[in-house]
Design a protein around this ligand. Structure first.
Ligand code: KIV
Length: 274
């Protein structure tokens, strides 16, 4: 008799369980199969973020990122993983026009990649869209606070919640998205007291995921290249857990030096006749 052992990926609903049990949710971004495979055993979810436009492609903002770019990189991340929930960012222009537009593009992402959820930026004004998607079988992660796709209307990548009505506005955004059925909400670049109030609010059912917000969130996420020390500049909220840029520079310098000196390739790197 054949026996099939099925290893099951973490699903969006499992993050609610993590929140209820008070177990921190661990997340990072990844855009490639090889890095995603390193993250997979350690992360509850991996976000294929539209930050790939800036990090991989050197764009000045995430605005030029297309749905096709997101799908190709999400397919790579799916190939490199078997355990973590994979969440794919909806890029600018792929969901804002109407709930129907959002559904058609989100369904395409899930069909073509096999990912388990999508993420959309925006607060209360997108609650109707979130509900439309969730009611039709698409798990949605929200994203409030500093929403990079709104860089032009925000007037830059600005920390949110400092204005007089900041707490009221952001609390309203979080509650609207949570009530609409989002399973989690990324809270980016929000001042500590406001982030804390949202994270501790009993009215927010969705798991809160901080990035430049409070440690009291149900989980945390960082852009992998930032925390590895691969990016040359990173925001204040990033802790460098590695210094890959310096290590890569060292390795490339050593390679160039050995090639110039004729020491590489050495005998053990060459093929001999049989
Ligand atoms: O695109 C991204 O990487 C993100 C994270 C910063 C949360 O949205």
């Amino acid at each position: 008799m054949s026996q099939v052992v099925q290893s099951r990926r973490i699903r969006a609903v499992d993050l609610a369980k993590r929140k209820a049990e008070g177990r921190k949710i661990i997340a990072l971004t990844a855009y490639h199969a090889h890095t995603a495979s390193i993250l997979d055993p350690h992360c509850d979810f991996i976000l294929v973020g539209d930050s790939l436009g800036m990090v991989m492609h050197g764009m000045e903002s995430t605005l030029p990122v297309t749905l096709e770019m997101m799908i190709v990189q999400a397919q790579a991340v799916m190939r490199g993983t078997s355990r973590a929930l994979i969440v794919v960012d909806m890029p600018f222009g792929s969901y804002e026009a109407s709930p129907e537009q959002a559904f058609l593009n989100a369904a395409r992402v899930l069909k073509e990649t096999g990912a388990g959820a999508i993420k959309m930026e925006g607060g209360a004004r997108f609650a109707e869209t979130v509900a439309f998607l969730v009611q039709r079988g698409i798990p949605v992660m929200g994203h409030i606070g500093l929403t990079p796709q709104s860089v032009n209307t925000m007037g830059g990548f600005k920390v949110q919640g400092r204005e007089a009505d900041g707490e009221e506005r952001l609390m309203r955004d979080a509650k609207a998205i949570s009530d609409a059925g989002a399973f989690a909400i990324v809270m980016e670049g929000i001042v500590e007291p406001v982030a804390r109030a949202i994270a501790l609010s009993s009215e927010i059912a969705a798991a809160t995921i901080g990035i430049g917000a409070t440690s009291l969130c149900d989980g945390q996420i960082l852009v992998l290249e930032d925390m590895l020390g691969l990016s040359d500049r990173a925001p204040k909220f990033v802790k460098r857990f590695g210094s890959l840029r310096a290590q890569i520079e060292g390795a490339v310098e050593a390679y160039a030096e050995e090639v110039r000196a004729g020491r590489f390739p050495a005998e053990e790197h060459t093929y001999q006749p049989l």
